[in-house]
Design a protein around this ligand. Structure first.
Ligand SMILES: [Zn+2]
Length: 796
């Protein structure tokens, strides 16, 4: 018995030794691994210039803003290197960390000593700002008890509500790992470990059992675990997932235990960060209960909560998911960070399962909703990516909450790692882009060289150069659009009836194109110089939305290859596109325009335009040309109309306004706003649900009295005005007002007669004794309400 015990101890001991010797090899993890950034060199004309612009412009724009916002100064003050007050009005440090992470990726493509030195300077500030036990949160270090109320008086007190303490620490850790991998220097990683250890000592079962309001720490701890092999970090990542819910807020995905969730709800960025972390932890722990949950959530998204552009999260109220099919176009939200998070998550799902369907979603998001987040010059950004504009949307140089620009700054330079992946004896080509990559299989070097002009055409040439001849499988993704499927659900369908055939050859000898799990896989003994030609035809495709999406009824969208197209004002008659009817049955053609928007394919089509008449009818023009451009390049030529879902009959259009007095007027108001046009656009509301009707908004922190004004193009005789007010969700109709006009050279008030306003969702109509004037102003009281909004102002 005694001997048996000794033997048992010996076995266990030997086992432990073996495990610790080979820990890195023996880790459970994704069966498929990406070919990492450092092993991929871009040679293409699409992504390489974008990574270069990101390096030269976006990163530098972001760095300048970090200084001018006072974000860097906050670290210096917290570290005692400078004196002063906390500089910003929020506790977020994510922007600084995301820029550091972006720089760490970018210098792998464009080495630059000054950026390495810049990182070292910031890392020094961080080391000073970090408190002795590892806590790094300048807002509290500087302000102490008088920190912003939503941060809580004590550490972690308001973690679930909005302190973003773990969120900040998480982004710091991700940046530290990226910095270590890029430079081999551990100065940043040491700070990250100190923080991670402090968090491990603070949180856990039997310790502080809380979860963060904004997920991110989970992803970061997994990355820390992968880099350091410190099991505590993985355990802690799993803890933060498992401790979440079931009685918390739906908006932060804490309404149920994460493994019991089956629907995509709440804030979209938080959601996809959490789903990404669940995929990571599932891969590392073999806990398939996470996978069961997120696969259902994935289906929930692609069957009802996914835009044709790949954007997610259509509600501006909470930057989050709506009920299925609530996918408005003019108020589509689709935060840039949510698109980036959706790419992170689908990439992980692919690594877990090896099915190309995740890459089909990733690709749609990547080339459309995600890329639209940054201007072609790299210095302006969309926070929300709308699918329709009357001219009210433009990219901004920056935002007070600076997540989106800095997310872009870190995503773009990491792009090369999404092209290739490998498992034991299989090499995946997931994105087509001219590039060279080097990987190893069983220690043997294999070089893959890809030549293509994707996303503009689908001719792809791949050359393999294994060190020695070697048998393995080459799996090339055949995108679902090339196989007649928009998404793996009935949310969107192509109207095209037939498709050109996909063909492939190896060294000039054609091979049959059998597709399995979205891949054409060729298994053989590959020799140095073997050449594969793949031809994925890119017809112009016409997309129809599920009938349940009311916003897309009587409309189609156009796609060619992975790119979704839109009509924008500069390319179309009279600078208008909302009134276009696309005759999609007429032949459309493609032209590559080197000179336009950085070099893009445009689509030439035929169609008609609608206009209103003074009698209230809608007329349709003669047939004319319509030009479409890739959606991601819109809003690079000034504000104006844009539309992704194009009308197929007059019901789907917003006709050009009739030349009424209002339509011929110049609009001004007591607020500065890009939506002044809403008053006289003749987009007549049917109800006051705030979705697709543009409105002009007033908030109570402006003035107690507000006004709107028309300057007519000539003197007119008027006797009545009709205004349509939002009257739901805290919006109210004014209780008192005064209508003034310019009488000669002075303002006079009109002599009001009748007022009609009986019920919700109708016009407020005011009759007065007729006057002659060229300037009319409507002054109204703000009612002590938070917000007021006018959708239309008619003058008779
Ligand atoms: Zn964002």
């Amino acid at each position: 018995m005694k001997n048996l015990k000794i033997l048992f101890v010996l076995i266990v001991f030997t086992g432990i030794t073996l495990i610790s010797c080979n820990k890195k090899e023996q880790l459970k993890d994704y069966p498929i691994k990406p070919v990492e950034l450092k092993s991929v060199k871009m040679t293409d004309k699409f992504w390489y210039p974008k990574i270069k612009t990101n390096h030269d412009v976006t990163i530098k724009t972001c760095i300048n803003k970090l200084y001018s916002d006072g974000r860097i100064k906050n670290f210096k003050i917290a570290g005692g290197l400078e004196r002063g007050h906390y500089q910003t009005n929020q506790p977020f440090n994510g922007p600084t960390y995301k820029v550091l992470e972006g720089v760490a990726y970018s210098i792998q493509t464009f080495p630059e000593d000054t950026l390495v030195e810049w990182m070292d300077t910031i890392i020094y500030y961080l080391s000073k700002a970090q408190e002795d036990d590892g806590y790094l949160y300048p807002a509290r270090t500087i302000m102490g008890d008088s920190v912003f109320p939503h941060c809580g008086k004590k550490r972690w007190e308001r973690l679930e509500e909005g302190s973003h303490e773990l969120f900040n620490h998480g982004h710091m850790m991700e940046a530290a790992v990226a910095h270590y991998q890029a430079t081999g220097k551990d100065n940043f990683l040491k700070i990250a470990k100190k923080a991670a250890n402090m968090i491990y000592n603070t949180f856990g079962y039997g310790k502080l059992e809380k979860y963060p309001g904004h997920q991110e720490i989970e992803l970061a701890l997994v990355r820390m675990f992968r880099e350091t092999n410190d099991q505590r970090y993985l355990d802690l990542a799993k803890f933060f997932l498992d401790v979440r819910g079931p009685d918390g807020a739906k908006n932060i995905q804490a309404h149920k235990k994460v493994v019991d969730q089956r629907r995509a709800v709440g804030h979209a960025v938080r959601a996809v960060y959490m789903y990404s972390a669940m995929t990571d932890v599932a891969a590392l722990t073999n806990d398939i209960s996470y996978i069961e949950a997120i696969k259902k959530i994935w289906e929930d998204i692609i069957t009802g909560k996914f835009y044709i552009t790949g954007g997610i999260g259509s509600s501006s109220r909470n930057e989050g998911f709506e009920e299925p099919y609530i996918l408005p176009n003019m108020h589509s939200y689709c935060e840039t960070c949510a698109s980036i998070g959706n790419v992170y998550w689908n990439h992980r799902m692919f690594l877990y399962e090896g099915n190309a369907k995740y890459y089909d979603i990733l690709e749609r998001t990547l080339y459309n909703a995600l890329l639209s987040g940054v201007s072609l010059r790299g210095n302006k950004f969309f926070y929300s990516n709308m699918l329709e504009s009357h001219g009210q949307y433009e990219r901004s140089p920056w935002f007070n909450v600076a997540c989106c620009p800095t997310s872009m700054c870190r995503f773009i330079p990491s792009f090369p790692r999404y092209i290739y992946a490998q498992s034991k004896d299989r090499l995946f080509v997931n994105i087509y882009a001219a590039s060279e990559a080097t990987l190893t299989m069983d220690g043997q070097l294999i070089k893959i060289i890809q030549d293509s002009n994707y996303p503009w055409d689908g001719n792809i040439m791949i050359t393999l150069e294994p060190e020695e001849s070697r048998k393995f499988s080459l799996s090339m993704r055949i995108p679902n659009w090339a196989r007649g499927k928009v998404v793996p659900s009935d949310l969107y369908t192509f109207k095209n009836e037939s498709y050109p055939e996909i063909s492939a050859s190896v060294n000039g000898k054609s091979v049959s194109v059998d597709i399995e799990e979205g891949y054409l896989t060729i298994t053989r003994t590959w020799e140095k110089g073997d050449q594969i030609n793949l031809d994925i035809p890119m017809p112009i495709q016409i997309i129809q939305a599920n009938e349940n999406i009311v916003f897309d009824r009587n409309k189609v969208a156009i796609q060619k290859g992975p790119i979704v197209y839109c009509a924008e004002w500069p390319d179309n008659p009279g600078g208008k596109v909302l009134n276009l009817i696309l005759d999609y049955k007429k032949k459309m053609t493609t032209e590559f325009r080197e000179d336009l928007l950085g070099g893009v394919n445009v689509i030439h089509a035929k169609g008609y335009s609608t206009s209103r008449t003074l009698e209230g009818d809608t007329t349709i023009s003669d047939i004319h040309n319509i030009t479409l451009i890739p959606y991601y390049v819109w809003a690079n030529r000034g504000p104006g109309e844009m539309r992704v879902w194009l009308a197929t009959d007059k019901k789907g259009t917003i006709p050009a306004p009739a030349p009424t007095i209002a339509a011929r007027s110049k609009v001004t108001a007591s607020v500065e706003s890009p939506t002044l046009f809403a008053l006289n656009d003749q987009v007549y509301p049917e109800n006051s649900i705030l979705r697709e009707i543009p409105g002009l908004y007033f908030s109570s922190n402006q003035k107690k009295t507000a006004w709107i004004q028309y300057n007519f193009d000539k003197t007119e005789k008027v006797k009545k005005i009709k205004t349509y007010w939002l009257n739901k969700n805290n919006f109210t109709i004014p209780e008192s007002w005064d209508i003034q006009y310019i009488n000669g050279t002075t303002w006079s008030s009109v002599d009001q007669k009748d007022t009609i306003h009986n019920q919700e969702d109708t016009y407020l109509e005011i009759d007065f004794t007729p006057i002659e004037t060229n300037t009319l102003r409507f002054n109204f009281d703000m009612n002590d309400s938070d917000r007021m909004g006018i959708l239309e102002w008619i003058v008779e």
